[in-house]
Structure formats: C-alpha cells, structure tokens
Design a protein around this ligand. Structure first.
Ligand SMILES: [Fe+2]
Ligand SMILES: [Fe+2]
Length: 297
C-alpha cells in the first residue's frame, strides 16, 4: 500500500506559504551544499563528496568490450540505436542528458546575478541552485569515468541551441518559471528510472552498480529539493500551465535523445511526472532533501 505522507507537487500554495518556504529553503540549501565557491562554480560539501569518490575509485570487473561504440555515438548517434548494447545505450543517454543540463546552466550562470549582486532570497537561492547543477555535471562525468570512459569531452550544442538556452534565463519569470519547474521534475523522473536501469544493466557489476547509485543519489537528493523550490516560484495559473506542460516537454526533450525510447518507457515517465507527490522517494533521500510545507499531508 502506498503511503500518503505527501501531497501532489501540483498542490496549491498561498503567497504567504511560498514566502515562508523560500526562507526555509534558503536555510536548507546553505547547510546542504556548504560554502559557495563562485569562481569555481562549486560548493564546499559537494566538492568534498566528489573528492571522496575519486579517492576510492572502483572499476568494472569486465571492462567495456568496445568503448569505440560509445565514443562514436555519444555526441551524436551515428549507428542504429537498436544495434547498440544496453550498457552503451545507457552511458550515451547519460552523457546526452547531462550535456543538456550543462549547456543550460552554462548559459544561465553568466546571466543571473552573482552572489554579491543577489539581494533577494530568490536570487540567492537561484545562484546556489546553479552551482549545484555544475556539481551534477561533475558527478555525471565521474559516473562515466567509473565505467572506464576517461576521454569524454563536454561539447557545446549547435550555436542555435546554445543561443536558445542563453535566452531562457532572460525571459520574465511568469513565462520561464513553469518550464523551469517542469524541467526539474523531468530530471527527477529520469533519475528514478535510471536508478532502476542500473540494477538491470549492471547486475553482474556490484561495485560499479553501487558506486553509480551513490553518485546518482547525490544528484537525485538535490533534484528532489529543486522540484519543490522551483514549484515555489509559481502561482495558481502557472501551476495549471505547468501540469499541462509535463507531457509535451517530456516528449519533446526525450525525442532528442534516441537512446531514451530504447531504454525507458517514456509514457510511464510522463505519468510519473504528472502524478509526482514525493511518496515514492525513499526515506533516506527525504531526510537529506527538502519538501515544501504545503506538500506535506
Ligand atoms: Fe541537476
Ligand atoms: Fe536541478
């Protein structure tokens, strides 16, 4: 029986509740990430955790049979995706997902105010949020390295797509906030499906499976908090628009990554996004993450 400790992420909130939740999130996020290193786009506690993983590397019992297939397809799919083994498909899909995230935050970092020029709590939250996303990109890079892929390059998208991502943070909040929220929700959905895929694809690789779960946990715990935080920016009309946007945005984004249709049930991902309410989040993640007060039953 599913518990119902939490309510839908699309639950209503009053302006007063949202204001209180921003203050609460700001306390949470400073403690969660530690000191912000603005020049390095990094956070003290997250940096220490990544270093601890790097100091204790694990590797595949059976190295990738043909890493060239990964390197040939990871930026753009050259082969028929159906001809690739599931391990390679999983790794190229992870790169492509992380690459979109990296491009998005790279564009935003230079546009939003830095911490010295962040005067509202919302601006401060957004600055730390972006630094966390840079940490996620490093964690994804570490996942690929753990699988023996140490020659991965982080390549910009086409100039047009890069331009689109750069415009995104300049758009007024009333238009930008719903898709920004749905993008975080899509991240959480993808990470939960990816966790399950690790168990399947890495069934014979217990050390790497465990490590990839740990690296992905670091990201997922942040993303769960981001979902609530980005929801907290949005009023009643924007929430209706957000719910409506889940299906087209998920479909559009995943259509751009051909591996996803091979590995995941996209229809189920859409349904998971529309129904998201924190009840499926394991307790150890909830304890380290943040949930808006108005999503607690
Ligand atoms: Fe992220
Ligand atoms: Fe995020």
């Amino acid at each position: 029986m599913a518990s119902s400790k939490y309510l839908s992420i699309f639950s209503p909130a009053t302006p007063q509740q949202r204001q209180e939740n921003f203050a609460d999130y700001w306390q949470f996020t400073q403690n969660h990430g530690g000191e912000l290193f603005e020049a390095e786009r990094d956070l003290a506690k997250k940096r220490a955790k990544l270093q601890a993983f790097k100091d204790n590397p694990v590797s595949l019992r059976t190295p990738l049979a043909n890493p060239d297939v990964f390197y040939r397809n990871y930026i753009e799919m050259q082969d028929d995706p159906k001809s690739l083994d599931r391990m390679t498909l999983m790794l190229t899909s992870m790169y492509k997902f992380a690459r979109h995230e990296w491009v998005g935050i790279k564009g935003a970092w230079d546009v939003v105010p830095d911490m010295a020029n962040s005067h509202s709590v919302e601006d401060k939250i957004s600055r730390v949020h972006l630094a966390e996303e840079f940490c996620h990109w490093r964690l994804f890079d570490e996942m690929l390295r753990t699988c023996g892929l140490d020659k991965v390059e982080w390549v910009p998208l086409t100039p047009f797509k890069e331009w689109v991502y750069e415009q995104f943070p300049k758009v007024p909040g009333i238009f930008m906030d719903p898709p920004a929220f749905v993008t975080e929700l899509m991240g959480v959905t993808y990470y939960f499906h990816l966790h399950r895929l690790f168990d399947d694809v890495l069934a014979d690789e217990p050390e790497v499976r465990q490590r990839l779960h740990e690296l992905l946990d670091e990201i997922t715990i942040d993303e769960i908090a981001h979902v609530g935080q980005r929801r907290n920016f949005i009023g009643p009309i924007g929430m209706k628009a957000s719910k409506w946007m889940v299906r087209p945005l998920y479909k559009l984004f995943f259509a751009d990554i051909p591996e996803v249709a091979e590995l995941f049930d996209v229809e189920q991902m859409v349904k998971d996004g529309e129904a998201f309410d924190f009840n499926e989040v394991p307790e150890y993640m909830v304890e380290q993450s943040w949930i808006p007060s108005y999503c607690k039953a």
